[in-house]
Design a protein around this ligand. Sequence first.
Ligand code: FAD
Length: 525
Amino acid sequence: PCPNSSSNFVLLLIFLIITNSICISGDITIPNEIISSSKLRKDPASITTASNDYGNLVQEPPPLVLYPSSVDDVINLVKFSNNISAPFTVAARGRGHSVRGQATAAGGVVVEMSSLSSGDQVSNDGIRVSWDSSLGCYYADVGGEKMWADVLRAGLEYGLAPVSWTDYLYLTVGGTLSNGGISGQSFLHGPQISNVLELDVITGKGDFVTCSKDVNPELFFAVLGGLGQFGIITRARIVLEKAPTRVKWLRLIYSDFTIFTRDQEHLISSSVPDYVEGSLITDKSPPNNWRSSFYSPSHYSKIISLLNTKQGLLYSIEVVKYYDEQTADSVDQEIEVLMNELSYTRGFIFKKDVGLIDFLGRVENTDNNNIHQKSSAKAAASVHPWLNLFVPKSRILDFNAGVFVDIIARHNHSSGPILFYPFHRIKWDERMSAVIPDEEIFYTLGLLHSCGAHEAGIYEELNKEIIRFCEENEINIKQYLPHYKSKEDWMKHFGRKWNTFQELKTKFDPRLILSPGQRIFTSAD
Ligand code: FAD
């Protein structure tokens, strides 16, 4: 048919649609030779899942969802978008465990990364474990779509495991490496982004690039903590070490914030612990919650009695020592010496001895709490307006007085788990995109709210009040899993890294295709 004739063109289009050789949705038209139309979906179930996330606060339906069966499908999609006059956006979606629509792509294509694993017929879920003789360490080559639970399973087949974790293992490698990946091991080994040797990345131009500290380092460091702005991670080489088999797991209770944080800092400077976290206990944030059922009923009652005598606010340190057959004889004594150096409320030390898998898997798969499985009306209505902050050590006393003792205590609703524990800045490479406070030690706050949709505004107001308090008192917090609406706020967030971040975006994703749900380079509303 003559391309100049519009009626012929319409006929050709109809012919292509009928023969399934083109996929059109909204403004997006993708020919079959670019991606088989069977992999592009626009059915209500696919669109609903890709519109939402764990937060259940943002709905951004994309016109199309790609279920790739190979990395080439993703390359073809990004390249195709680059080559048309009005490119569409593309968002990799790991497990959609963001809380503010960061993995959505309004007007674009969401890539369901889990689909890359559906063809894995090989052993170990397609995860390859090897030895690097030049570095003298083991590593796993892992698809960006894999979950940390998969990496644990694959490593353990060789008696190996990653050193840095998230509390929750049902998050994807690509998703956490785009943010940071933090937990109680981060003080010792750094976040997950500090424990990656190499990445395969599809840039915003559709180029497939292997990068590391030495090869294409600019892209490597940009992607780590880069909020999905520079490339889609299709493979990560994760450092592995010999896995311990067992865990001594302790919780200590404090009523004094100064002593609580002094002991946390003592622990992260000691060579003994393998994991240190901390949390608040209030009547709205009780000792056992969805993240943890650590305490027996009698221990629970004992803590609640103490809570009632201490103005309804206690602090708890969680500390862990790994051990195995070789160290089983000495571990108890080592812990005893360490505990004697601490000043927790006497009698308020609680201990468990568990296997590694029980410890790392302590936060249960929350999918039944989440949009993937709306099995009950209650789960469907749950929203998670979380707030995650990094707080510089020099201001934690002010933070405690203003946020914990005042704002949170005044809040009449259940707060969900409240985490608060320290990291060493030195374990974070300044070249990475991730942003942290400018102090040697900083704390992470996790306010993990869960509420009904009708209450979301109450929690959003609480979050805003905390941020306002920090601004008014010049506490230089940084958001973790950041969420901002204006360019000015993003510039402030990145601070001295902003210019580099922008230049790297121009270099690796000049047409602003990737991860639009982060709303950094695309307008907020
Ligand atoms: P998604 O939410 O799907 O994606 C997050 C962002 O990364 C999006 O912008 C997306 O486009 C991009 N992205 C996804 N995959 C890729 C890829 N392969 N390449 C490039 N970009 C990609 N975080 C912690 O650090 N520690 C914790 O202990 C922790 N626990 C959590 C527990 C729960 C129950 C939940 C809901 C979240 C938790 N998080 C934790 C936060 C978590 O790290 C983030 O939600 C993170 O985004 C990972 O989720 P995901 O894999 O589902 O990514």
